[in-house]
Every structure is written in structure tokens, then in C-alpha cells.
Design a protein around this ligand. Structure first.
Ligand SMILES: Cc1ncc(COP(=O)(O)O)c(C=O)c1O
Length: 377
């Protein structure tokens, strides 16, 4: 039996044509043509002044922290519920990760919890647009400004999202995106950093280019740094996808509406929220079951898989992972982050691939309803 996939792209002839052109033409003096076009298109999409295309969002986060000069002795705050890529680069630069709690409704960083986590050592916060939804960025940015903390918006999952009419990724000092194969806008693997800050942009470019200063003589490196660059073929694919972003998001929102319709009135089921004034791009349609039903995510996923349906667990709180075992900040988070720990055991990402049909969504919901009613008996 074929699994109904959990994630996957929507590729058309446009993407194939752009990539074929890049393979054939983007060499010699044209080697960077698609990078330039993709970056310019991202500048115009986000309204930020500068964009740097990169091999991943993880590298974009790493360069953001490094360009801000964050290092040992500094603290950086992340929401406890996110993919580890949000936090791992904090360790790369030698700083300390602090895990704040999330909001019960949006599942994104809670401004109140953020405030409680700030210390004189805090240098940055990385709010995450989780599953395509947006946190209360006005409150987060206002707090960060008052306390002189940089805001790196992790929009890995939210290209095309809107907050009060402003694009996801443009809401902080730096925004970062992922174009991993599971993402709505994909380049297979890839990422982007956007910012309005010229100094930060130039520093990120230099750090991602083996420490070469623009205009310096050839092979004359100013420092030991990193090599972070995507290929022309990836940039071409990303450009085609960005030109189709509204269409991709319309499909995601339609898929979510199908789920909402099928699960309407089913007791004990909560789907992604769309906070007022935001456009959720529903990267992953996610269901949280009431704890009183007693159906934990792992057996639920196993049950779905047996019936031909792929799914993913709602992120485990980072502070619960073996990766952070023994760290004092993780121990504090385990005691403090009530919402993260209350939501995570009961959450599952349902199939959200761009190829999904109405029929497949109906099948997923029928199976889910069967599981729920069997549990209720
Ligand atoms: C919230 C978040 N941040 C960062 C990343 C890292 O992206 P990449 O895989 O492109 O490095 C991901 C990837 O899924 C993510 O979901």
C-alpha cells in the first residue's frame, strides 16, 4: 500500500525550464545570474533591503548569529517547541541556549515567557513561525527593542505568511528561510537570509565566503570563516517557486480548509490557529488531541501508518531531548515550560503535501475519526 505522504512539493514545467536553463547557461560569466535573480526576487518579496541565498536555513541562522558577533558568555532565547535547527547554531557559536515557553493558541514563542527568560547576558531571540503560523511579533519585537536584543525571525516554515500585512521573515532584524524538500517553496535543500542592516548583510556575506572581503585581491582571506553557497540550479528552482508562491499558498490553505471541514465538530480535536491579523500558510496541518482522550502521538502515528497514512510528531520540547541532557538551562525549561510540555505529547502533523487530493484528506480524517471513536468506546 502506498503511504499518503506527509510533505512534498508542487513542481511544474516552469521549474523544470528554469533549472534546465541554469544547467545549460549558468556558467562562466553567468555563474551567478540565478543567485542574483533569486536574491532580488526575495528582496522584493520581503521588502527587506538585502538577501543572501544559502545552502540551508541552518547556515542562515549560523551566519546571523556569527554576524551579530554572538559567542561564548552570551545567551540566545528560542521557543522550546521547534526543530533543533533553530537552536543548534547557538551552540556552533559557543553561546548558551535558553528555552522559552510557547503560546497555547499559536504554539509559537510566548512574549510573556520570553520576558521572564531575559537576563543581562541575552543578546538575541529567535522567534519561530511554527508550522506556518505567526507569533505575536509586535509584543516580541517591542520587548526586544526595550531590552536591546536582536530579533532573528525563523521563517523556515512560513514563506508567504503575513503578519498585519507584512511578510513572514521581514518582522525582525534578520529573517531566515528554509527551502528544504518538505517546504512549501523548495529548492531541494536551500536557505535565505534577509535583513535591512547593511553592516550585518556585508558581514554575513564575508563570513559565508571564507572570510573574503568584497574587492580584496584573489585568494586573500581576511579570516577563517565558512563556505555557504547554494548552486545555480537550486537558485533557478527557487526563483520559479517564488514566482508561484501565491499559488502554492492557495493550495496549502485549501488543503487546510478541507481538513477543517472534515473535522468540524469532532470533539477533542484542535487544529492550527490563525491569529487575528495574520495569514497562516499551514505548512503542516497539525492536530492536537485533548489529553483527556489519552491518545499519545507515537501510538497515533503508528496507527495511521498501518492504515497507509504518513505523519510526523509535533516537535518534542528541545529541552527534553538527549541533545541537551545535563544542561542547566534545559533543566530549568523542563520545570518552567508548562505549555510546551502539555501540548507536545498529543500533537501530530497530518499529511500536508502539495500533491494531496480532497479524497486523500477525506481518507485521513475518516481514519482519524475511527481511531477517536474506537478510543471513546
Ligand atoms: C523552524 C526551522 N528552523 C530551521 C530549519 C532548518 O532548515 P534547513 O533544513 O534548511 O537547514 C528548519 C527545517 O526544517 C525548521 O523547520
Amino acid at each position: 500500500m502506498d503511504l499518503i505522504p506527509v510533505a512534498g512539493p508542487w513542481i511544474t514545467q516552469k521549474e523544470i525550464d528554469y533549472v534546465a536553463d541554469a544547467v545549460a547557461q549558468a556558467w562562466y560569466e553567468n555563474a551567478n545570474v540565478y543567485h542574483d535573480r533569486f536574491e532580488k526576487a526575495f528582496v522584493s518579496h520581503t521588502g527587506m533591503k538585502y538577501a543572501v541565498s544559502l545552502p540551508s536555513c541552518t547556515s542562515a541562522l549560523h551566519l546571523s548569529l556569527a554576524a551579530l558577533g554572538i559567542g561564548p558568555g552570551d545567551e540566545v532565547i528560542v521557543p522550546d517547541v521547534t526543530w533543533i535547527a533553530t537552536a543548534a547554531p547557538i551552540t556552533y557559536v559557543g553561546a548558551t541556549t535558553v528555552f522559552a515557553d510557547v503560546d497555547r493558541r499559536t504554539w509559537c514563542l510566548s512574549a510573556e515567557s520570553l520576558e521572564r527568560c531575559i537576563t543581562p547576558r541575552t543578546r538575541a531571540v529567535i522567534p519561530v513561525d511554527l508550522y506556518g503560523g505567526l507569533p505575536d511579533m509586535d509584543a516580541i519585537v517591542a520587548l526586544a527593542r526595550r531590552r536591546n536584543i536582536a530579533v532573528i525571525e525563523d521563517a523556515a516554515q512560513a514563506a508567504g505568511g503575513l503578519y498585519k500585512g507584512r511578510p513572514a521573515g521581514s518582522l525582525g532584524d534578520v529573517g531566515v528561510f528554509s527551502f528544504h524538500g518538505s517546504k512549501t517553496l523548495t529548492t531541494g535543500e536551500g536557505g535565505m537570509l534577509v535583513t535591512d542592516d547593511q553592516a550585518l548583510y556585508e558581514r554575513a556575506r564575508t563570513l559565508g565566503n571564507h572570510g573574503r572581503l568584497p574587492g580584496s585581491k584573489m585568494f586573500w582571506n581576511g579570516e577563517v570563516a565558512y563556505k555557504y553557497k547554494m548552486s545555480s540550479m537550486q537558485a533557478a528552482l527557487g526563483l520559479a517557486q517564488l514566482e508561484r508562491l501565491e499559488e502554492l499558498i492557495a493550495r496549502k490553505r485549501e488543503t487546510f480548509a478541507w481538513y477543517r471541514e472534515e473535522l468540524d465538530g469532532v470533539a477533542g480535536v484542535t487544529l492550527n490557529a490563525e491569529a487575528e491579523g495574520t495569514r497562516n500558510v499551514y505548512w503542516m496541518v497539525t492536530v492536537i488531541l485533548d489529553a483527556t482522550l489519552g491518545i499519545e502521538k507515537e501510538p497515533l502515528m503508528a496507527n495511521l501508518k498501518e492504515r497507509g497514512i504518513a505523519s510526523r510528531p509535533f516537535f518534542y520540547p528541545l529541552s527534553s531531548l538527549p541533545a541537551y541532557a545535563g544542561q542547566a538551562e534545559a533543566e530549568r525549561a523542563r520545570q518552567r515550560n508548562r505549555v510546551s510540555y502539555a501540548l507536545s505529547p498529543w500533537g501530530v502533523n497530518l499529511p500536508s503535501a502539495l500533491s494531496l487530493t480532497r479524497e486523500q484528506v477525506r481518507r485521513v480524517c475518516d481514519v482519524l475519526k475511527e481511531i477517536l471513536s474506537a478510543q471513546g468506546r
